[in-house]
Design a protein. Structure first.
Length: 567
């Protein structure tokens, strides 16, 4: 019996040694921390700081807490009893908070500046200095009386807020798409930084929800191929411009922000073709599609600008009934003559169309047709819709040039016109220095000029946000792709040298230009997840575990050497 136990023990030891050696020799793909993983660790640290003994005399101050908003900070401290404090940034009151545990978000810090933060309670005033770095070398010059903060979107300045002196006071260091769309929660929606190039059109694979400290709260990936614009529709729904099919830049989606599902869509190629099938061939021939670049929603009505057919179109969203068209395109005028309303201005390549009321609209008229190459002088316009005409009631012009691209108008008690990508003639496009003039008008009189040595996609007046105690929540990933439970393996091929794996994304240099379809599969003993490959960086959210990784290119599936450990 004793011999049997010894033999059994030796066999057990050998089995354990063999198993350990197998585990030690198992090859794992190198994991690196991506931004989302880093932000998750930062949130965990912030929760620890909140439980520590920081006081109002000696608080924990974190500059650029989430790594991509360098003109923001957090101030963390506790007080013995519930206390009301006022918070000032550079002597400007941004709000008050009443609590005994404080995690105070600080935004609107000036770049390259010793910012003074003041926190006042009923008996004392506490001052802290937060020194910020230089963010941008883009020259900005202000002339005249500007009294407003301005939010801008630009390839060089990315997403920024500038103060009345032209200084950066907020900056988002992400190469995202479109313009910020504020929500009701002191957060905003914006396109993701990973883009897809199809038919010479740049579209983006998803949408982020972020706060002004740069924390990514949610990522929504979908098949909508987002571009240009998002607008809140209801509390959890948003209108989103996207692309599908053979005609790009052609669709308006309704996206459920809670689930990531697409609830409804209007394909404007199909919409126009259904009204008049004779227009189909013409629309199909456009090299960049319809070029829908802006829209506005008011009282069940949607108005859109279609840059590449020099057209503005309005419809009833509930009934989908076409209301009117303003167009300088001869084919549109011919095929939709009963819906055309006339205006004294020739609309060419317009941007930023908005309903101001049921009977007035504003738009930035680039005065350059990407279809016919015709050009005039760019202008900001306000039109009154009356008696089957669009009467010009306000017209803003700054220089006898046209805008090759971009441009916007924000018509409130004052008017902000963004004259961007300005050129005098076609030959100047490659030679001119790119610049933007942001002009502020009051009663159509020029009050201030902000010259920026960069093209500005869009600009708008922006009110300062009120401060509230900061809440840390977990990151959410949503997509509307179906997970596949089975697949067949055709081939095995070592492709490890062209992959970078993180807990949230797979990055590769594979080009999908020569493939009709390309998918990524993570497979473990319990789970199989399959995702479409959209671009060089594909995001995912799967259960923690050890996975085999497969890449499917058309009808061939390749297994990647080694294991992927997702934590």
């Amino acid at each position: 019996m004793k011999k049997i136990l010894i033999v059994f023990g030796l066999i057990t030891c050998l089995f354990i040694i063999y198993t350990l050696s197998r585990l030690e020799n198992k090859t794992y793909l190198n994991m690196t921390d991506d931004l989302l993983t880093k932000q998750a660790k930062i949130s965990a640290d912030i929760k620890k700081y909140q439980q520590a003994n920081y006081t109002i005399d000696d608080p924990k101050i974190i500059l650029n807490p989430y790594l991509i908003s360098p003109l923001s900070a957090l101030i963390i401290f506790n007080t013995p009893n519930k206390t009301r404090v006022e918070v000032l940034v550079n002597d400007y009151l941004i709000g008050s908070i009443e609590d005994s545990k404080f995690t105070i978000p600080i935004i609107y810090l000036k770049e390259d500046y010793e910012n003074k933060i003041t926190i006042k309670n009923s008996t004392n005033k506490y001052n802290y200095i937060i020194k910020t770095d230089k963010i941008s070398d883009v020259a900005t010059k202000v002339k005249g009386d500007n009294i407003s903060n301005i939010l801008i979107s630009s390839p060089d300045l990315k997403h920024s807020i500038i103060d009345p002196e032209g200084s950066l006071i907020w900056y988002l260091n992400l190469d995202t798409q479109g313009f910020i769309e504020p929500t009701n929660n002191n957060t905003f929606l914006i396109g993701t930084e990973e883009h897809i190039i199809e038919n010479n059109i740049q579209t983006f694979s998803g949408i982020y929800e972020l706060d002004y400290l740069g924390r990514i709260i949610k990522r929504i990936d979908s098949k909508l191929k987002y571009h240009h614009a998002i607008s809140m529709y209801q509390d959890n729904l948003a209108f989103v411009l996207g692309s599908k099919g053979d005609v790009p830049l052609n669709v308006l989606y309704i996206l459920d922000l809670d689930t990531g599902s697409i609830l409804d869509s209007i394909d404007f190629y199909e919409y126009l073709t259904n009204y008049n099938p004779l227009i189909s061939e013409y629309l199909q021939s456009l090299p960049h599609g319809l070029g829908i670049n802006s829209f506005s929603y008011l009282n069940d009505r949607i108005i859109i600008s279609m840059r590449d057919i020099d057209t503005i179109l309005s419809l009833n969203y509930q009934t989908k009934e076409l209301e009117f068209i303003i167009s300088s395109d001869k084919q549109i005028q011919k095929n939709f003559s009963k819906y055309i309303i006339k205006t004294s201005e020739e609309i060419l390549g317009a941007h930023d169309v908005k309903f101001l009321s049921d009977t007035t609209i504003s738009l930035y008229n680039n005065a350059y047709s990407h279809n016919t190459k015709k050009h005039k002088t760019a202008s900001g316009l306000v039109l009154e819709l009356k008696d089957n005409r669009a009467k010009v009631i306000k017209k803003y012009q700054n220089a006898k040039k046209y805008s090759y691209a971009y441009g916007s108008i924000d018509e409130k008690t004052q008017t902000l016109v963004n004259y961007s990508y300005m050129y005098a003639n076609e030959s100047d496009i490659k030679n001119n220095e790119v610049y933007t003039d942001l002009i502020i008008y009051k009663n159509q009189k020029k009050m201030a000029t902000i010259n920026i040595a960069s093209p500005i996609y869009k600009a708008a007046f922006y009110s300062l946000l009120s401060v509230a105690n900061y809440q840390v929540s977990d990151y959410i990933y949503l997509n509307n792709y179906d997970n596949l439970e089975s697949f067949s393996l055709n081939q095995t091929k070592p492709l490890n040298n062209i992959f970078r794996i993180t807990n949230n994304s797979l990055e590769t240099t594979i080009s999908n230009d020569h493939f009709d379809s390309l998918t990524i599969t993570f497979k473990s003993k319990k789970h199989t997840y399959t995702f479409p490959y959209l671009n060089t960086k594909t995001y995912f959210s799967i259960e923690a575990g050890i996975y085999d990784l497969y890449i499917k290119m058309d009808d061939k599936t390749y297994k990647i050497d080694g294991k992927v450990h997702i934590s």
